[in-house]
Design a binder for this molecule. Structure first.
Ligand code: NDP
Length: 246
């Protein structure tokens, strides 16, 4: 039996990049998958199709993380269409890099809404459905802990806030048998951070290994945290960054 057989997962931002890789990996582990997207219905449909071609079950839901009600609706749609919810993966995120003098209050509000408030809303909306053994997994960033250059103050702030939030909910939900953990990727080759982008060589210069990570490598850690073998892990953060932060 596959390790996530009979489980249902909701992944925010599953149309591209790390979220798409997580969706496909968890489907291969046997989970039914709901994935959200903001503006890429075609990309989301491609991920659903790829899962269905492997005899999995998946559905795509449009939900902008900036809209708190959209997150609630996405949770409700997941349960309506797939019957249950066992694993929540908070993956959708945005990165805005500017000098602190250039950041506006709109930048601040946008990053807080998408990277922090949406995680809070998704957890609250999911809780009524999460039974004993359920998992909450959130994608942070190695920059939550170390900022190696200028421009990332708001991004780092948003990702480090997830550490406090995850530790807090781990305490709240432990007695219910629900775990909450964080995955902190380093540079991963996606549209957000292409391995041939302008900041790529700088990022490579920080790594112990010599290459960007892949979505599949992040998905493999998420699959472990989603599965039964991680049952005694909660409130923890896992760095998966090619040695960037050492
Ligand atoms: P991408 O930009 O490649 O993909 C982002 C995904 O999130 C897409 O599916 C996108 O949907 C969705 N998304 C973006 N904004 C919103 C929104 N407002 N509401 C709902 N969905 C949204 O990003 P990555 O895959 O690189 O990043 C995924 C996560 O990993 C993020 O939280 C990021 O901060 C984190 N991370 C990434 C690193 C990297 O090097 N790539 C390093 C460390 C952390 P759509 O297609 O519709 O736009």
């Amino acid at each position: 039996m596959k390790q996530l057989e009979s489980k249902t997962v909701l992944i925010t931002g599953g149309s591209r990049g790390i979220g798409a890789a997580i969706a496909q990996r968890l489907a291969r582990e046997g989970a039914q998958v709901a994935l959200t997207y903001k503006a890429s219905p075609e990309k989301a449909a491609e991920v659903v199709k790829a899962i269905e071609e492997q005899n999995g079950k998946a559905t795509a839901i449009q939900a902008d993380n900036a809209d708190p009600q959209a997150i609630v609706n996405a949770v409700e749609t997941t349960v309506k269409e797939l019957g249950r919810l066992d694993i929540l993966v908070n993956n959708a995120g945005i990165g805005v890099y500017k000098d602190i003098n250039a950041f506006t209050v709109e930048d601040f509000d946008a990053i807080v809404a998408v990277n922090i408030r949406a995680v809070f809303m998704a957890v609250k909306a999911a809780l009524p459905y999460l039974k004993r053994g359920s998992r909450i997994i959130t994608i942070g960033s190695c920059q939550a802990d170390r900022m190696p250059g200028p421009g990332g103050a708001l991004y780092a702030m948003s990702k480090s806030a997830l550490t406090g939030f995850t530790k807090g909910i781990a305490r709240d939900l432990g007695p219910k048998g629900i775990t909450a953990n964080l995955v902190h990727p380093g540079p991963v080759d996606t549209d957000m951070n292409p391995a041939n982008g302008p900041a790529a060589d700088f990022q490579r210069s920080l790594m112990a290994l010599d290459a960007f990570g892949t979505g599949d490598e992040i998905a493999s850690l998420v699959a472990y945290l989603a599965g039964p073998e991680s049952s005694y892990i909660t409130g923890a953060g896992f760095l998966i960054d090619g040695g960037t932060n050492i």
